[in-house]
Design a protein around this ligand. Structure first.
Ligand code: NAD
Length: 363
């Protein structure tokens, strides 16, 4: 008979909803394992029962929205899941730091985790160490492919490179779909057609490529978090995403304006500065891009604007794609390059679902 694996999910937003539909189809196809959803929560609501009765996957979104149950506090949730006596996988589809901080408690109790949430792996170095120690102790499994590059195989690639004994010397890339879109439009390789910087930011926001307040993309922190994760896998003990240089594209004077809308309204005052940056690159026959890089030998991690020849793969990126180049001893001077959509519900959920498959294969 099929062995049962319990699934608990936190978060049912853009990624969470896409994941639920992928889980429904996976559960229907799975032959040797019975996947049972026993807990699901958002920040406001939850669905679960003391008897761990299966929550129907085909109607879970409406069951959740009409539920009057409140989410369990995290220590209670750990106890609830651990007490089931059945192998359990927690899927964290939030961006919550509190949940990330609780990973060690789940992992230590044998609960495996898959997640697109960056917070656990890009927070303090102590949390990173606690997480991997707790995983060893609890014999649990942990995958977070979608925390860097959404569905692109970035984390699995760096792990494979390192674990097979290759030596990563440098990682360089465009790690933000928003920044990719902004610079591909603002400074196209064709040399013409790029609009004013503030207009490009406004357009990106209209098209839904930015956070509600574009400053949350322009401050570079999201890219810094992804670099922190990759640098740690490359062997660097990066203390936090603020422990290395990160260039913010928010003008100092606009850092503290009250709203995203006021920020956008005043951004044109700074168009001349960005125009200068673009012209300076043009003079050298280059284009400017917002990149993150890790130099392993010199232990240098940095995020910010850099100039690239028009023929460089980073310059030639399209739309809102990400690109990540791994320079290693084995690959020599021609890096291993991963490129494609680095955001979006379906591709991000695919990263989570493929992680779940890896866990299921080992349970
Ligand atoms: P979202 O804001 O659409 O959804 C977040 C969900 O988490 C909501 O259901 C919310 O209620 C729930 N939530 C938040 N805090 C919670 C808490 N403390 N307890 C319980 N529930 C909580 O976000 P999203 O776009 O679906 O992103 C989810 C995760 O995926 C984030 O970590 C994000 O960084 C990551 N990610 C997203 C993308 C993308 O393209 N959207 C790409 C890569 C990674």
């Amino acid at each position: 008979s099929a062995r049962q694996v319990n699934i608990a999910i936190i978060g049912a937003g853009g990624v969470g909803k896409c994941f639920l539909s992928q889980l429904e189809s996976l559960a229907a196809r799975r032959q040797n394992q019975k996947l049972v959803l026993t807990y699901i929560a958002t920040s406001k609501k939850a669905v679960y029962s003391d008897s761990y009765s299966p929550i129907a996957l085909d109607s879970v979104v409406s069951t959740l929205s009409s539920s009057s149950q409140a989410p369990l506090a995290l220590p209670k949730l750990v106890d609830y899941l651990a007490a089931s006596g059945t192998k359990t996988v927690l899927v964290d589809n939030t961006s919550s730091q509190d949940i990330a901080d609780a990973y060690p408690s789940f992992l230590r109790r044998g609960i495996s985790i898959v997640t697109p949430n960056k917070k656990a792996f890009s927070g303090s170095y102590k949390l990173w160490q606690d997480i991997f120690a707790a995983k060893e102790e609890g014999g649990s499994l942990l995958y977070h492919e979608a925390s860097c590059g959404a569905g692109l195989p970035v984390i699995s690639t760096i792990k494979d490179l390192v674990e097979t004994g290759d030596e990563v010397t440098k990682i360089e890339g465009v790690f933000s779909g928003t920044m990719s879109f902004l610079f591909n439009s603002f400074a196209p390789t064709s040399g013409s057609g790029g609009g004013k910087w503030s207009a490009e930011v406004a357009k990106a926001k209209e098209l839904g490529y930015t956070e509600p307040d574009p400053r949350d993309d322009l401050n570079g922190l999201d890219v810094a978090r992804k670099l922190t994760i990759l640098a740690r896998y490359a062997g660097l003990e990066v203390e936090s995403p603020t422990s290395f240089p990160v260039q913010s594209l928010i003008p100092k004077q606009l850092e503290s304006v009250a709203s995203g809308d006021e920020f956008l309204a005043r951004l044109p005052e700074f168009d001349a500065e960005m125009e200068e940056v673009k012209a300076e690159a043009q003079k050298e026959g280059k284009v400017v891009r917002f990149v993150g890089s890790i130099d392993v030998a010199s232990k240098q991690v940095k995020v910010g604007l850099e100039k690239f020849d028009l023929s460089h793969p980073i310059a030639a990126l399209k739309g809102s794609d990400n690109i990540i180049s791994f320079y290693t001893k084995r690959y020599g001077s021609n890096p291993l390059i991963i490129q494609g959509a680095g955001a979006g519900g379906d591709v991000t959920a695919m990263g989570v679902t493929s992680d779940l498959l890896k866990v299921l294969a080992q349970l």
